[in-house]
Design a protein around this ligand. Structure first.
Ligand SMILES: Nc1nc2c(ncn2[C@@H]2O[C@H](COP(=O)(O)OP(=O)(O)OP(=O)(O)O)[C@@H](O)[C@H]2O)c(=O)[nH]1
Ligand SMILES: [Mg+2]
Length: 484
């Protein structure tokens, strides 16, 4: 944020999207929000109770000119989004009118809000942590039900709660190790290395679990990519067109019609997917087609889900089998297309050969089997947002978790080595028990362990914003739309 712009300023912005609407909302936040709006609103705003709505006239105080009739909502801090006094003006949704009200408010002492400044203030006031603030932006941008559910979970603190519980475990171990360091001279052990290993491993596993959900979280956020592959002429482009409901790709009876990959976005029962049609895969000497096949193979490698299309009206080709071996994505559907024609494939054999992959009998010509294809596709895409642990979908969170994971792994390896060392020099029975202080690894082991645990805590703290620099805050909040 521009360092010349003060945190104490009262800020204002139009909250509703650009364009004409039946109503438009202007939001004002800051210590002087009520006194500034009082100058443009005819009515005793100062005396209104918090969280009440009032009808009145909005005027230009320099001329007394009536601008509009509006509803005004008063929310006094700290019980407001930003924690400060907030006033919202609901006027008619004419963009010129809204601009006029905004400029009058600015003349009266408000400042135009920077992108993300309302949410930044909410974060600085402790109304939400950083992961929740980011969730506000994610929720505004979410394009599918699943992405909305994921952002809402994050906003409601599910990710933050998980991070906090992992931090709590690490912190309690760290404080015990630090106490151990202080008592080393007296030969007092506060916990054994066996226990330390177990207590590092638990949060370490939780971090790994969170990281393992990143790819899926990213796919939910950005939409999954679904690639249609098969040898030439099996009906890939026809399937793409049917799913899109339009003649997007060229379809002809000539094998090798599609030359380039073709991408479109599609909303399938509330799930956004990126569907990609590819050139038919075959060995060819045509250099344009070769490039098309190469691009198709690249799309197949990057895709989350593959739709592998076979033509039932022809026997299985060698090209079908070669292509099958190239499909490495975990999720796939086998489509047996052209079932309106006499079948020359023994369908049972497909089920037997690929027992775990869903198979759809389809006709892109008549539409038969399309609902089955959509349902099977949605079943592959759908995730249970309530399941543990929460998804992470932002690169910033992934990077921080990776740093935490490395630090925890270092600590884990060191603790395991220390544990082995104690076992190797265990004194013989019957000589007064185990003299642990003489067999303990050197004191620096505990100091290194403490340093690694602290590093992991710092990295986790960055996610929820306990340890954050102004630069990081700028990077995050600058991505917001102004009014949030
Ligand atoms: N009878 C019948 N014909 C189909 C069906 N699906 C596609 N076709 C026909 O099969 C031919 C090839 O269809 P496309 O959709 O172009 O096949 P493609 O796999 O995209 O082919 P390339 O782009 O060459 O790789 C066209 O003549 C389609 O009309 C189907 O379900 N039944
Ligand atoms: Mg095609």
């Amino acid at each position: 944020m521009n360092p010349n712009l003060g945190q104490d300023d009262t800020i204002a912005a139009i909250a509703t999207p650009a364009g004409v609407g039946s109503i438009g909302v202007i939001r004002v936040s800051g210590n002087h929000a009520i006194s500034i709006v009082s100058q443009v609103f005819k009515g005793k705003l100062q005396e209104f109770e918090s969280h009440t709505v009032h009808h009145g006239e909005i005027i230009d105080p320099s001329t007394d000119y009536l601008i509009d009739e509006a509803l005004v909502l008063v929310m006094k801090g700290p019980r407001s989004y930003t924690g400060e006094d907030v006033v919202e003006i609901q006027s008619h949704g004419n963009p010129a009118l809204l601009q006029k009200i905004l400029s009058v408010l600015i003349t009266c002492g408000a400042r135009l809000a920077q992108p993300g400044e309302f949410t930044r203030r909410a974060f600085l006031a402790g109304k939400m942590d950083l992961a929740q603030a980011e969730a506000v932006m994610e929720l505004i941008a979410a394009q599918s039900n699943a992405a909305q559910a994921m952002a809402l979970n994050q906003l409601r603190g599910k990710l933050s709660a998980k991070i906090d519980s992992v931090k709590e475990e690490i912190l309690s171990l760290l404080s015990q190790i630090e106490a151990s360091i202080d008592f080393t001279e007296q030969g007092i052990d506060l916990c054994s290395y066996g226990e330390i290993v177990a207590r590092i491993d638990r949060p370490y596993q939780s971090i790994c679990e969170l990281l393992s959900r990143y790819e899926e979280g990213k796919q939910i956020r950005e939409g999954r990519s679904v690639v249609i592959v098969g040898r030439p002429n099996v009906g890939k482009s026809s399937i793409m067109n049917y799913l899109l409901g339009e003649d997007r790709a060229i379809v002809t009876p000539i094998p090798g019609t599609t030359r380039d990959t073709l991408e479109e976005r599609l909303n399938l029962q509330g799930h956004i997917i990126k569907i990609i049609d590819t050139a038919g895969m075959r060995d060819t000497t045509d250099s344009i087609e070769q490039e098309g096949v190469r691009r198709g193979e690249g799309a197949l490698k990057r895709a989350d889900i593959a739709l592998f299309v076979l033509d039932v009206s022809e026997p299985i080709h060698l090209e079908d089998i070669t292509l099958w071996d190239k499909i490495t994505c975990k999720k796939k559907i086998i489509i047996l297309n052209k079932i309106d024609l006499p079948s020359r494939i023994y369908i049972e054999a497909i089920h037997t050969k690929y027992p775990t992959d869903p198979v759809v009998l389809l006709s892109a010509a008549t539409g038969e089997g399309m609902d089955d294809l959509k349902n099977k596709l949605v079943a592959l895409i759908a995730t249970k947002e309530e399941s543990e642990p929460p998804h992470i979908s932002l690169l910033r969170h992934k990077n921080a978790l990776e740093r935490a994971k490395h630090a925890m792994n270092r600590a884990l390896q060191l603790a395991i080595e220390a544990l082995r060392g104690v076992d190797f020099v265990r004194p013989s029975e019957g000589r007064g028990g185990i003299e642990r202080e003489t067999n303990r690894p050197p004191h620096w082991v505990d100091e290194f362990l403490a340093a690694d645990l602290r590093e992991a805590l710092d990295a986790l703290g960055e996610i929820v914003g306990k340890i954050t620099t102004d630069d990081i805050l700028d990077q995050i909040f600058n991505q917001f739309c102004i009014v949030k």
